[in-house]
Design a protein around this ligand. Structure first.
Ligand code: HEC
Ligand code: HEC
Length: 239
């Protein structure tokens, strides 16, 4: 049993010690913040994007750095997951990207405002969040049947295009609507075996302007560079 004075000493020393540790850790965290957030990249444009994000209450539906509402996807890594073009299109007209599906409102953003928001997402995507969120969550609708390849041979059958590198733009721009090897969205048809039914010339024309080939189609005309177009046609032509 502790005497009364021993108990008091125990309390005072314990409390004091842990207060010091707590303050030390707080100071240490505060010192790391500029480094972790890559403060030097926080340009005026990024700050403007952040203000727009608050002004339009995007957190009413989305979380960012884990904070906000759980109705819509986590946005911390959206830049890495989707890229600038997709985000820009989402901010112009979500309905055009996902006809009849999406519940994200259309906002009256100007081009500059959209650019600021994309800059904000790029900046926040590069903040060192100690691994949060774990894997970029693609959203349930984007992973329909994740295929696990057991053998190299199996992977070759399912992904014959593995010798031709999959263009990065495919994951950011196309995967939201199309699946390959069981992974991706279901708004458009799965693209496995496209090479058997479509030739490169058709693919090129289709990707340049789907409306021209099939008026009324729901596949949007997507902005992409000549390099991206070439890479996609090459990739699809062996798929
Ligand atoms: C009323 C709810 C709502 C609000 C408010 C909202 N969004 Fe969304 N947003 C959604 C939904 C739902 C989706 C997901 C579409 C889907 O995948 O089904 C989405 C998707 C997105 C995506 C694409 C995410 C991805 O991984 O594909 C971006 C980027 C985005 N929103 C940005 C914003 C920004 C910026 C704002 C504020 C200006 C905002 N959203 C406000 C509902 C909302
Ligand atoms: C917003 C959803 C959406 C996005 C994003 C999208 N597609 Fe599509 N895509 C569709 C839909 C829907 C169809 C079916 C169109 C139809 O038949 O009217 C389609 C059809 C196609 C076809 C024709 C398939 C066939 O053989 O008939 C190809 C090839 C294709 N998409 C490639 C792509 C590529 C490559 C990308 C990325 C650059 C892409 N798509 C992005 C929705 C999308």
């Amino acid at each position: 049993m502790l005497t009364k004075s021993q108990a008091r000493a125990f309390f005072v020393i314990g409390t004091g010690l842990f207060t010091i540790i707590f303050l030390g850790l707080t100071v240490d965290t505060l010192k790391q913040i500029p480094h972790l957030t890559k403060q030097q990249n926080m340009s005026a444009e990024v700050i403007k994007g952040k203000h727009l994000f608050d002004q339009y209450n995007c957190m009413g539906c989305h979380t960012i750095l884990g904070e906000g509402a759980y109705y819509a996807p986590e946005l911390t890594k959206v830049y890495q997951r989707r890229g600038a073009v997709f985000i820009d299109m989402m901010l112009q007209d979500p309905e055009a990207l996902f006809p009849g599906e999406r519940r994200m409102p259309k906002y009256p953003f100007t081009k500059e405002e959209r650019q600021s928001m994309v800059a904000f997402f790029e900046w926040i995507g590069n903040v060192d969040t100690n691994g949060f969120p774990k894997d970029p969550p693609l959203g349930k609708q984007f992973i329909i049947n994740p295929t696990k390849f057991d053998t190299e041979a199996e992977a070759n059958v399912l992904e014959p295009a593995h010798t031709i590198k999959k263009p990065e733009i495919f994951d950011t721009l196309c995967l939201a609507c199309h699946a390959v090897a069981g992974k991706g969205g279901a708004i458009g048809p799965a693209l496995d075996g496209t090479s058997k039914t479509r030739d490169p010339k058709w693919l090129r024309e289709w990707l340049t302007d789907p409306q021209k080939i099939k008026p009324g189609t729901t596949m949007p005309k997507l902005p992409m560079s000549d390099n991206d177009l070439n890479a996609l046609v090459e990739y699809l032509s062996v798929l």
